[in-house]
Design a protein around this ligand. Sequence first.
Ligand SMILES: *Cc1c(COP(=O)(O)O)cnc(C)c1O
Length: 475
Amino acid sequence: MSTSLFAPLFDPLLDRAHAHASGFLRDLPQRFVGARAGRDEMLAALDAPLPPRGEDPAAVIDLLARHAERGASACASPRYFGFVIGGALPVALAADWLVSTWDQNAGIHVISPIAAAMEEIAARWLLELFDLPRESGVGFVTGCQMAHFTCLAAARHGVLRRAGWDVEADGLFGAPRIHVVASEEAHVTADVALRYLGLGTRSLVHVPADEQGRMRADRLREVLATLQGPTIVCAQAGNVNTGAFDPLREIGEAARAHGAWLHVDGAFGLWARASADRRVLADGIELADSWATDAHKWLNVPYDSGVAIVRHAQDHRDAMTSAAAYLIQTRGAERDAVDWVPEFSRRARGIPVYATLRALGRDGVADLVDRCCARARQFAQLLAAQPGVRILNDVVLNQVLVRFGDDDALTREVIEGVQRDGTCWASGTTWHSLAAMRISVSNWATSEADVVASAAAMVRVLGRVLGSQGDAEST
Ligand SMILES: *Cc1c(COP(=O)(O)O)cnc(C)c1O
């Protein structure tokens, strides 16, 4: 192809995509927050036989954009409070566009020195921000699920190496038994990682949690006293329902006394370390051996972006590294991502992390965390002031659990009603056998006014549901 033709092939499509993106972002803060279409409507709009001949690329791009309004939820909206979902900061989205444009295979340094350098620097910045051991290994993965996998693979390697077993070479057949101990409140993704690693879930020893969902350190000590040999303990910084932190210092000391590897799920909670006000929640987290977190949640970079951090960089590297004759791997200080993550070819997902940390700075990240926590408290105050509304958790971070009328059915109806109303979006859970609405404030753009409008919508829906119940009873 003549070089003069190259850019003209891209420009019209990228201009179009840019116009569609601008429109989407302009509408995002006001639009109906849930998805309006389901599978049937989306298939009706998008399905077709595999086209025998290609279609006009511009028409294809227009087709995608046309159906995002109904088929995409506004989960990047400042009034989306479902699950734990961040938005995308402008600088993060712009950096992510460049990552796609450059189309680097960031698996090895020789293909992308810029990706390798930015990930090396972003790794250092994260260790500083979280105040974790500076010698730790860091891998940029797709999310906390794969961060668990990476960290627990390093743990499996580390505890078996100390027992004189090379799991990478000899596998698990005939290996010393590994005990895995986790809170009964551990996130499902920790179980999934254990499954992937051949450790299974049935042999997991569960430690009871307290009323906020914090692992009980006294019960952990009792459990550890019964176990001998290689042991991994999984703790949590930020319960997915309550935001509560396990007592990490006590747990860290117990794990160390036992010679166990301590892994911490800090999917969103690790970011509390960036805030002077909140970091006390994670006191002692530095005693752990590995930490899993997300950047696509609280750092507000686009999906997908998680981070695996392992104190013992050699265990991390031994568990992950790949080598092949045709690869050009470095022997110097240059970083090859394949040594730190499960993927081989991969997106340069550390670049938006680098750009965002650079643009926000330490203060900016602290402010982002503090703002979300303040909005969560605002939600709790506004809702608790309403008759028949109860907040079930201590709002220590960005998570709020709300129960309506002390009634499961009513609570579920309000959640559905809120989702249909479209002002905001929140999902449900069951907390200590009680139905509850979960509010997670994780978006950089959520304002006080967004919280006021969203709480008002929830109260309005509650009134409507109670009103229709009253009607039903009187007829
Ligand atoms: C979200 C979450 C995970 C899973 O993270 P992904 O990025 O979705 O893989 C794990 N643990 C906790 C506490 C979470 O909130």
